[in-house]
Ligand binder design. Structure first.
Ligand SMILES: [Zn+2]
Length: 260
């Protein structure tokens, strides 16, 4: 149950939409925002509306199956939001946008999963890259399946970013933080590449997370020091999955080509 009134939640969505549009995190009608009203109902942005010019009365109420409970048509990306609410009872709000730096990484196929900045490790942790899925279809939520229970922010390949939070502003600030982080990593790569924090320093940050009281999710990964925390690490599967015969065949081909 959300403590804020529905009126306040509608107003907060309007405000977040304005900020996302003003920051260039969305163009034209891109992006969508939603929040839980109670255990059965979600309030979401409508489809086909610029997020920079919304009014509180534009929002659409739906149930957890996506059935409209009010006038208006919900965002076409509603299946993605509903998937997250079903999988994560702790999540109260979802924000989706296309901020240019983070979307650039998503488009280049590069995850933001190294231990580099203390604030990011403490507040978000690993930002994985989910596979590409056709927008507005069930394909898209399926791409988040490997990560949904261990992360709060996701890059979606060739598309954009999704963040989740304990309330609307929490989800929105994670979106801002992901974009800011992507911008910093982009600059550091232009300057020769980021230096990842050593394992001992990352461990100290994990302790800080305990002080802040948020230890539920994967805090990051020892990807930077080539170790995974344990099986709950988002990189664990990727690292330890047996590779397909094709993959090894390709490597052999590449090695042979190099020595020929
Ligand atoms: Zn999108």
């Amino acid at each position: 149950m959300n403590i804020a009134s529905e009126k306040d939640l509608r107003q907060t969505i309007v405000e977040i939409g304005r900020r996302m549009y003003a920051r260039g995190s969305v163009a034209a009608n891109d992006g969508n925002i939603s929040v839980r009203l109670d255990k059965d109902r979600i309030l979401t942005t409508p489809t086909g509306v610029c997020k920079g010019f919304m009014e509180p009365e534009n929002m659409v109420t739906v149930d957890l199956a996506g059935k409209p409970l009010s006038d208006g048509r919900p965002s076409t990306e509603l299946p993605l939001h509903l998937f997250i609410y079903r999988e994560r009872p702790d999540v109260q709000a979802v924000v989706h946008a296309h901020p240019p730096y983070a979307t650039g990484f998503a488009t280049a196929g590069i995850a933001l999963d190294k231990c580099v900045l203390a604030e990011v490790i403490v507040t978000i942790g690993t930002i994985p890259l989910a596979a590409y899925g056709t927008p507005s279809t069930e394909e898209l939520p399926n791409t988040l399946k490997p990560y949904i229970h261990s992360c709060d922010a996701f890059l979606m390949a060739n598309h954009g970013v999704v963040t989740v939070g304990r309330d609307l502003m929490d989800a929105y600030f994670k979106m801002e933080r992901v974009e800011h982080y992507a911008q910093i990593i982009f600059i550091s790569r232009a300057l020769g590449g980021e230096r990842v924090l050593p394992k001992e320093q990352v461990e100290k940050l994990y302790e800080l997370r305990e002080v802040y009281g948020d230890t539920s999710l994967n805090p990051g990964c020892y990807a930077c020091s080539h170790e995974c925390i344990n099986e709950s690490c988002v990189n664990h599967d990727v690292k330890y999955q047996p590779q397909s015969p094709d993959y090894f065949g390709e490597i052999v081909e590449r090695v042979l080509a190099a020595v020929r």
